[in-house]
Design a protein around this ligand. Sequence first.
Ligand code: UDX
Length: 432
Amino acid sequence: MNISIIGSGYVGLVTGSCFAELGNRVICADNDSKKIEGLKKGIIPIYEPGLKELVMSNMKKKRLRFSSSVKEAVLESEVIFIAVGTPSLENGEADLTYIENVARNIAQNLNGYRLIVEKSTVPVETGKWVKQTIATYIKRKVKFDIASNPEFLREGQAISDFMHPDRIVIGVESKAARDILVNLYSPLKAPLVITDIKSAELIKHASNSFLATKISFINAISRICEKVGADVVEVAVGLGLDKRIGPSFLNAGLGYGGSCFPKDLDAFVTISEKLGYDFGLLKAARQINQEQKAFFLSKIRDALWILKDKNVGVLGLSFKPNTDDIRNAPAIEIIQALQIEGAKIKAYDPSSMDKAKAVLGKKVKFCKDAYEVCRDSDCLLLVTEWDEFKELDFLRVKKLLKRPLVIDGRNIYDHKRMEKLGFSYVGIGRRR
Ligand code: UDX
């Protein structure tokens, strides 16, 4: 099929290159011509394992190309995916300006039947607005369909999530639209959920909100565990083995960050309010998530007493492992809070140091590895659970630290082993 993807950000690039890999001819468009020029030369603006290789090989096979012209994208494809950003406005609402712009632009260039698919995460009823906008601005009398096909890609494993999805959600209102999308996704042999557009839009917000709530739930349990001397890791195993609950997203710690969960929860709470429903459950999930960082800071204070002039080593800056993304990363907030109290910070992250430098500036000493972070630090904080931090040489770590204190915000270390090695070890919701 001839496909175009409008918006060559994270979702657009992954979706476009994966569709090309499946044998389609894809145009990825974006109004940022600098980005497009870079992409044409193989410069990928984001870090995602395997993406560069996929882009390069499909460009070579002439199945993938880049353009800064929406007109070209509209004229040369049967299916148009909208994958532009939907950032948060100050009140938490999703900013749909880019979606509206693209819809008008598509309308002005339509010269025959096209299927226009929302791929970006949008509030329920956006499809209805996109349809109305196109109908209002359309120049020629041609037919078109709208569909919703939300993405569920996780940063760091987006390509494998695309190629092996748990399900593909297709929201349509015509047989033509349904047939096109079913055909397009048939090589993936994944379960299809075919529904109306509004239900598809809701599935996306509901999924992310449910997962975020699951994380906040286990974080709340971790607080109770500490009060009574129980262990949240063991509680999570016991909970997760119930097939109705499942084991994933039950890691207690510093809570969720990133560009999706915080933004989507805000947007879902606001759209619910607009629709006349007070989504108290999600508000509580957000609050618990925020409290986890304060809770972690109180653990650091409990262990170090006075923070002024203490050297604090931080392992991990990205919001989760295998990404360089620091948006809503707990590490940034924690470091800034510690600096306000006068602590001196040394930090290391395998991939997000440049981005962190741009935000945190010169006041943080960025180190070449975890061991440099440990040297002369009064305590070591584990904030992001990169694999390389799981395999540290702790005898060396102990020698380097001024005092053998490890505060583990992701519960990746075995506390009995740490104590045997002579560390004071503090986790989240762990039995002492
Ligand atoms: C998420 C959704 O998973 C994906 O389907 C959607 O399309 C985009 O948003 P992503 O933001 O890449 O993906 O990260 P994810 O792997 O889902 O983790 C989200 C956050 O939750 C991270 O900050 C992670 O550290 C945290 N988390 C996850 C926990 O704190 N505990 C857990 O048990 C799982």
